[in-house]
Design a protein around this ligand. Structure first.
Ligand code: NAI
Ligand code: MG
Length: 332
């Protein structure tokens, strides 16, 4: 049966990397079709809406989307497109695996961690209020149900994938009530998985530990803001934002997307690294039961990186987005 995937080209470098990822997927001749939809700046220009209803309907119908980064116009009072999309479908888990890639030289060799970021609350609920001209407050909301389901998802993943350790990242020494609740729930759930080691770290210490000894981390779970920051940090451990894939999901709907943004500084120049979106597509293939196809892509990627000097500028090379993808497709 042909699977239809909602495809969102996004803004900035989005259309360039999407085109390349689609080329790779088409080269594999899988029974996949794409339902192209718009979101973000492009959608606003074309339809007058940042999040068109047709895009939401398509995702609701297909349950699967592959999404390139989108730009939210700044200073016009718009709420982040990405945050809104995640909230619209209650995609509570943002899962971001950072794994050292053979052929990419970094300071570390054996990074293999996976971040479970709570995706619906914390400081991202967007409740800021003006007290007076010089004073603004932002609300950080942590609830039991939202914390419970993301922490449970992290432990379930660890158990299903023979992972040994789950680390909770928080700032409960200062945010005693909010992060304190998250940490308490973590300990409650950890007790149900005696075979998995459970540890916790304050977020500042976690940053230092990740930079010093990232190999010690396995599954990590944390509230929204820390997850946003630590996932960019973890991309730095494996070679940069051009590599890190991710998914926003719940039990019904999964939107696969790279961790990086629309990179306006390099947009339209054929310079972007398509790997992060491609690895997100590989996560999507795994999810759809095409694990073999995902493996083929991964092998071709590693072959380009190990056997040739062909790489995009972010990885120290001079290849264009298209030339890099050409080399990868030739090795599929
Ligand atoms: P960014 O991730 O777009 O860029 C940060 C740096 O990484 C830039 O120097 C960029 O050139 C580089 N970079 C990112 N992806 C790359 C790739 N594939 N290949 C090579 N270099 C890459 O973050 P920034 O500048 O903070 O945000 C730009 C825009 O993206 C904003 O409008 C932001 O709201 C949006 N954004 C969208 C996201 C999404 O749609 N999921 C996530 C993050 C940001
Ligand atoms: Mg981010």
């Amino acid at each position: 049966m042909t699977q239809t995937i909602t495809l969102i080209e996004g803004d900035g470098i989005g259309p360039e990397i999407t085109a390349q990822v689609v080329r790779v997927l088409q080269a594999l001749q899988l029974p996949l079709t794409f339902d192209r939809q718009t979101l973000g700046q492009t959608a606003l220009e074309q339809t007058g809406s940042l999040i068109p209803e047709t895009t939401l309907q398509s995702i609701r119908k297909n349950h699967i989307a592959l999404k390139a980064p989108c730009t939210t116009p700044v200073g016009q009072g718009f709420r982040s497109v990405n945050v809104q999309l995640r909230l619209a479908f209650d995609l509570y888990a943002n899962i971001r695996p950072a794994r050292s890639l053979e052929g990419v030289k970094t300071r570390y060799e054996n990074v293999d961690l996976i971040i479970f970021r709570e995706n619906t609350e914390d400081l991202y609920i967007g409740e800021e209020r003006k007290i007076d001209e010089d004073t603004i407050e932002a609300i950080k909301r942590i609830t039991r149900p939202a914390s419970q389901r993301i922490i449970q998802a992290a432990f379930e993943y660890a158990a299903a994938h023979q992972r040994k350790k789950v680390t909770c990242v928080h700032k409960a020494n200062i945010l005693k009530q909010s992060d304190g609740l998250f940490l308490r729930i973590f300990r409650e759930i950890a007790a149900q998985y005696p075979q998995i080691e459970a540890t916790d770290l304050n977020v500042d210490n976690a940053c230092m530990q990740m930079v010093m000894h990232p190999e010690q981390f396995d599954v990590m779970v944390m509230p929204n803001l820390y997850g946003d920051i630590l996932s960019d940090l973890s991309s730095g451990l494996i070679g940069g934002l051009g590599l890190l894939p991710g998914v926003n999901r719940n039990e019904e709907i999964a939107i696969f997307e790279a961790v990086h943004g629309s990179a306006p500084d390099i947009a339209g120049k054929n310079l972007a690294n398509p790997t992060a979106l491609l690895q997100s597509a590989c996560m999507m293939l795994d999810h759809l039961g095409y694990g073999d196809a995902a493996q083929r892509i991964h092998k071709a990627l590693v072959s380009v990186l190990c056997d040739t000097p062909i790489r995009t500028r972010d990885l120290g090379g001079t290849a264009t987005t298209t030339a890099f993808t050409d080399a990868l497709i030739a090795r599929l």
